[in-house]
Design a protein around this ligand. Structure first.
Ligand code: GAL
Length: 768
């Protein structure tokens, strides 16, 4: 009887909601996006409901505190708000059992108190009576980008219904930017749809002849409710706007159950989006997600032999020489070289050149690669002189994938994958460990040996062996440290041990050092003063130069003090021009499309570094997810970085490379733009509301041109050659498709999906 009555009530409620919101059901919620107060200090008394915060300043929660008058503040800070939580919120809800605190994204850590009691910490609900500690500072800092959601049972004594409540949030920022920043803060009853999670199973998409197969799982994360409804799939062609396909699947999920949905969609070979929508019975909200459908533009790597990668390589005289000739084609390959400088020898089956060249000079070496199907010959210019990194370094770095959970095995696995998956055949060379290999600053054990030598933590049992193993594959080995006493992750830095660390790194076989400012900032009075920034970097440079090997030197200080203007003077081969990248369009866009100021300073041996690539499976921790950049955004990312002559450092799990990502990273014509020996960074020549066009001069006298659609919808665009400073009849090639498009007179017209690119090579008349 009671049940029947409840149903009648539910239907009546749904109907009233429907009628007064003209078709759109608005679930009840209490907005918390304004009204917060802020204190950039730490004191657990700030959690107390009776604490007097009347003197605190107000703050917005849709941007970090750095953007609101606290530009350099990092560490602990508190947010407080007073609100009445009306019981009508629950009375009007379908599920009446819990109240959800949606608190948006918080950079980096959070502890949330309700009326003086901790209710949640870094994404986890905590039971009543839990004491707040600082232990979370030892965790990987990977929460900054995850919306906080805490749930309390409606009868939880920490909630005061229909009375004033105080929510206090203790935020800890380890650096760069901090605070509550996504603006979407509210309280709401739980909705059934919240219990549905889309699970992107590891095998993202499988490419068949004419179709793409996809498996997506839905999980019911509730341990209480059964879920019933429909899962709607829709595929849209982004160039025409047409719906290509619609499907509908029933959803029935017992508590905690998971179900997989496999489907095939047509392979369009151009930009398309899949829209997923789950509508449940007894739910007021729909779960909607969308996913760009990967489309492969580059033809498969040919079986005929081809020499790829950099055409010029620099090394200093008398230093160990290691160069793996990047070459694709059906194995076995046979390598030969004419005019190798004295002191070098070539492994003819693996294409690895080793040795030591004593005499400075430029040596044009004629390399030939053969297999049963043919041969390819190209000149590699070996320059033995003062300069290294004559083309932007290409490789892998552990940070964007593993964060602080990096291990020796994971690093070696990346090296093996470079060879096994063929990336090394296209020029990918460096295998770099980022933060997290040292002893943690707050650990009890000694950070250094009695003689001062830096120790590795137990995740890196044998660094020398790791270096040797990486070199045995013909690849290069990179490491990370800080001029400060601690790294950004709180691990041991090189402060006071610069010479000794440089020696230790060299003894491990290190070929590349990323030197990250981090805690050194505490020793500076002005973080943007080159006079304070240069000395610690120069000190390490001098120490590196004393070693018996070449070590590419990467400065990481987030672009402070216009590092591009002086980075080369302190020995930098590359320098970060910005803060950290992450896998969102806005972030990649704001970094990539703002590199103009630094362009004049890039060139062979000294590169601007707009941070690493965020393609493939990333995560900054053990929890990985496929990049949130759409395929179009990924084409833009890689094209732009290549045009910018940026270092190309992958930060993804190489053991989980899908067909699309592998294809994206092995287009030799795109890589050749990045590795062009002229080393000239592209500049934007056209900047319109939705379109930006970048032009890069190439060593062969031709041009690489990227037409980027930075707008939110598909654009048809006519490129005027005059705007590029060119004219007449020009041969145009599509670089991603590796296809000549023909001759065009004065203009070139194209259609580009939202956030996508058309990457072209335009030839001087008579050169193609
Ligand atoms: C940041 C740096 C990142 C990564 C991290 C390690 O400062 O920009 O790239 O190295 O530190 O803790």
């Amino acid at each position: 009887m009671l049940k029947k009555w409840a149903l009648v009530f539910l239907v009546a409620f749904l109907m009233t909601s429907l009628s007064c919101t003209s078709g759109e059901v608005k679930p009840p919620r209490l907005d918390l996006s304004t009204g917060w107060k802020f204190m950039p200090q730490d004191n657990l008394d700030f959690a107390r409901p009776d604490f007097d915060d009347s003197a605190w300043k107000t703050i917005e929660v849709d941007r970090t505190w750095n953007q609101q008058g606290y530009p350099k503040y990092e560490g602990f800070a508190w947010y407080r708000i007073r609100i009445v939580i009306p019981s009508s919120l629950i009375k009007n809800a379908v599920l009446k059992d819990s109240l959800i605190f949606h608190l948006g994204k918080i950079d980096d850590f959070d502890q949330v108190f309700l009326n003086g009691e901790l209710i949640g910490e870094n994404l986890k609900n905590v039971p009543p009576g839990t004491k707040a500690t600082d232990d979370f500072k030892n965790l990987d800092h990977s929460f900054w980008n995850v919306p906080r959601r805490y749930s309390l049972a409606v009868d939880d004594p920490r909630i005061k219904w229909d009375r004033e409540n105080v929510i206090a949030i203790r935020v800890y920022d380890w650096g760069v930017a901090g605070g509550i920043y996504s603006g979407d803060l509210y309280l709401a009853p739980a909705d059934l749809s919240e219990y549905v999670k889309f699970i992107y199973v590891p095998n993202l998409f499988t490419f068949h002849q004419k179709e793409i197969e996809k498996t997506l799982a839905l999980r019911n994360v509730s341990s209480r409710y059964r879920i019933k409804g429909k899962f709607y799939l829709r595929m849209v062609d982004n160039l025409t706007g047409e719906t290509v396909l619609k499907r509908k699947f029933p959803v029935i999920l017992q508590p905690n159950a998971r179900a997989e949905y496999s489907f095939k969609v047509p392979k369009l070979n151009r930009s398309a989006t899949l829209y997923y929508r789950v509508k449940l019975q007894k739910s007021l909200e729909e779960r909607v997600e969308k996913e760009g459908l990967p489309y492969i533009l580059t033809p498969p790597v040919k079986s005929e032999p081809r020499i790829n990668g950099a055409r010029v390589y620099g090394q200093r005289p008398g230093k160990p020489f290691l160069f793996r000739i990047a070459a694709s084609g059906k194995r076995p390959l046979h390598f030969s070289a004419r005019n190798l400088p004295e002191g070098l020898s070539l492994d003819t089956t693996r294409g690895i050149i080793r040795g030591v060249v004593k005499k400075a000079g430029t040596y044009p070496v004629l390399i030939t690669v053969k297999n049963s199907l043919g041969a390819d010959t190209k000149t590699l210019r070996i320059v033995i002189g003062d300069r290294i990194a004559l083309t932007p370094p290409m490789g892998w770095n552990s940070w964007n994938v593993w964060g602080l959970s990096v291990t020796q095995e994971r690093v070696y696995a990346a090296a093996r994958a470079f060879v096994e998956k063929g990336l090394a055949d296209h020029g990918w060379t460096y295998i770099n460990i980022d933060d997290g290999w040292e002893i943690y600053g707050q650990a009890r054990e000694p950070k250094r040996k009695p003689n001062g030598e830096i120790r590795t933590n137990n995740k890196f049992p044998d660094m020398k062996k790791l270096g040797d193993d990486i070199h045995a594959l013909g690849l290069k080995f990179g490491i990370y440290s800080s001029p400060g006493p601690l790294t950004c992750g709180g691990y041991t830095g090189s402060y006071g041990h610069e010479e000794q660390d440089a020696r230790t790194f060299a003894s491990w076989g290190v070929d590349y050092l990323k030197y990250d400012l981090c805690s050194y900032r505490k020793m500076m009075t002005d973080q943007n003063d080159p006079r304070q920034l240069m000395p610690p970097y120069e000190k390490m440079y001098r120490a590196l130069r004393k070693q018996n090997r070449d070590i590419v030197y990467s400065l990481c200080e987030y672009g402070n003090g216009r590092v591009w203007e002086w980075g080369a003077r302190v020995g930098g081969n590359l320098w970060r021009t910005t803060g950290d990248i992450w896998d969102e369009w806005d972030r990649m866009f704001s970094i990539g499309f703002n590199q103009e100021m630094a362009a004049p300073y890039a060139g062979p041996g000294h590169w601007n570094d707009p941070d690493m690539l965020v393609v493939g499976w990333v995560g900054w921790s053990e929890q990985l997810h496929p990049t949130r950049l759409t395929p179009d955004e990924q084409y833009t990312h890689v094209s732009l970085w290549a045009l910018l002559s940026a270092p190309l450092l992958l930060g993804c799990d190489l053991e989980r490379l899908d067909d699309f990502t592998l294809n994206l990273l092995t287009n030799d014509e795109v890589i050749a733009i990045d590795q062009d020996p002229l080393g000239k960074q592209a500049l934007p020549v056209i900047k319109e509301k939705n379109i930006q066009v970048y032009k890069k001069d190439l060593a062969d006298g031709n041009w690489a041109v990227g037409i980027f659609n930075i707008g939110e919808s598909t654009q048809t665009y006519t490129l005027n050659f005059q705007d590029l400073g060119l004219s007449g009849k020009l041969q145009v090639r599509d670089v991603w498709c590796q296809k000549n498009l023909g001759e065009f007179t004065n203009t070139f017209r194209t259609v580009i999906p939202a956030h996508g690119v058309r990457l072209l090579k335009i030839f001087r008349p008579g050169t193609n």
